[in-house]
Design a binder for this molecule. Structure first.
Ligand code: HAM
Length: 426
């Protein structure tokens, strides 16, 4: 083959038919579960005014500083491909005057110019939920439990919810200055050397240093965020945990978890699998009580999460071999071809995946193609069969043949599908 002239952009993926079918099955399961918790699905535009993301995610976050795909239109307006779904969903909630309490969910592709690696792409798909207008530990716990159950149902193993309370804005502000004092002191006496990223973060977003993979572990004796939380905040957090205990959700308090988006307050959580390591978070979320107001709406509390679809597929699934058409209609000559075309049309009206060769070919050549397409059964139409008003159905795995009336094709299909159900992903 000649070298390819064009390749897909770095960090993007082609979803080929095998993976497409797997995704359909997974997404059907996910949608069913999410609807069972009372959520309704929504789709927002692929791009938004850049300002929306700066305002919500925060201008000192990695996403806004380095990862947004921003472009200008001919009139000089700045747009950004959505790097996440929460801000657009809240914008849509306000713009469409959706009344709280509202439970909104989405399945949308996101764009972040990150360094690509396994499970980290520049275009990826998130499934997310946002419970808007409710402030009670019960909803935080329910949202977490829902994410945990969905991941479990999808076959993710050894799940742990990492959970933290990052308090109110005021509590976090007080903590921030204590942390800064600590960092400055340690740097001055030469007992702490921050990585380049954290040197930059220190002045813009010092809390992020806590969950830096390099510097976070060096801060074991730094002041603890929890010590700065009010009794009210602590009580809220304790109540969430007591629900999680009751529902047997496997969680672990993670005092250094702060999350990479600025809109969070109080509850912050991530779900990881100890099977694949805690670095590749499967799901992340938290409470964000000021975002609706920040985007111009009335004070409205909210909580939600998003999971990365590719992470689930990469770590817990093998891309299956998919079946080709169920029926491959083969003909013996031009006369039977005319009949076969009518039959194929009927089979398709019954919504049974089916195909033929189109170009004139010998029966042997047609059967070879049926095989290559991984068809399940061949329907052979010859003059004898037409005279008998029947069709010959050959099982392409066993080679067994039966002579049946046309209408039995539906029964054969349904029986085979019922036989396969539960045994295969597809
Ligand atoms: P996030 O932690 O940035 O949160 O992303 C959520 C999930 O998206 C991650 O746990 C991961 O599974 C997946 N993900 C993130 N970046 C990538 C990537 N480059 N490639 C593949 N998967 C990725 C949010 O986006 C928040 N909007 C979640 C939220 C909803 N908070 C409240 N409501």
């Amino acid at each position: 083959m000649n070298t390819l002239k064009y390749k897909r952009p770095k960090g993007t993926r082609d979803i080929i038919p095998e993976e497409f079918e797997l995704r359909e099955v997974l997404l059907e399961k996910i949608k069913k579960s999410i609807r069972a918790y009372g959520y309704k699905f929504i789709i927002t535009p692929t791009f938004e005014h850049t300002e929306l993301f700066i305002r919500s995610i925060g201008d000192s976050t990695d996403i806004v500083e380095k990862e947004m795909y921003t472009f200008h239109d001919k009139k000089g307006r700045s747009y950004t491909l959505r790097p996440e779904g929460t801000a657009p969903v809240i914008r849509a909630f306000l713009e469409n005057s959706i009344m709280p309490p509202a439970k909104l969910a989405y399945i949308m592709n996101m764009f972040r110019a990150e360094r690509p690696q396994k499970g980290r792409y520049r275009e990826f798909w998130q499934v997310g939920v946002e419970a808007i207008g409710i402030k009670d530990p019960l909803i935080d716990a329910e949202v977490i439990e829902m994410g945990y159950s969905i991941l479990k149902e999808l076959g993710a193993e050894k799940l742990v919810v990492l959970i933290n309370s990052i308090g109110s804005i005021e509590e976090r502000q007080a903590y921030k200055s204590a942390l800064l004092d600590y960092l400055n002191e340690k740097e001055q006496d030469g007992t702490l050397e921050l990585c380049n990223d954290c040197k930059r973060r220190k002045n813009r977003n010092p809390l992020r240093i806590l969950d830096c993979k390099i510097d976070g572990p060096k801060l074991k004796d730094a002041p603890k965020l929890k010590e700065f939380l009010s009794n009210e905040s602590l009580k809220y957090f304790e109540e969430i945990k007591s629900y999680l205990d009751k529902w047997k959700v496997n969680y672990r308090e993670e005092p250094r978890l702060v999350r990479g988006l600025d809109y969070y307050n109080h509850t912050a959580f991530e779900i990881v699998s100890e099977k694949i390591g805690v670095e590749d978070t499967l799901l992340g979320g938290g409470r964000y009580d000021s975002l609706v107001e920040d985007l111009g709406g009335p004070a409205t509390p909210a909580v939600g999460w998003a999971l990365g679809l590719e992470r689930i597929i990469n770590y817990f699934y093998q891309i299956p071999r998919i079946s080709g058409p169920f029926y491959f209609v083969a003909t013996v000559n031009e006369f039977s071809k005319g009949y076969a075309i009518g039959l194929l049309k009927k089979i398709r009206e019954w919504k049974i995946p089916s195909d033929m060769t189109y170009e004139p070919k010998s029966l042997k050549a047609q059967m070879k193609i049926a095989d290559r397409l991984n068809a399940v059964k061949a329907v052979i139409v010859g003059e004898d069969e037409i005279k008998l008003q029947k069709v010959r159905v050959r099982d392409l795995e066993t080679g067994k043949e039966v002579l049946v009336p046309e209408k039995d094709l539906v029964k054969i299909y349904e029986e085979e599908m019922a036989r396969r159900k539960g045994k295969e992903v597809l």
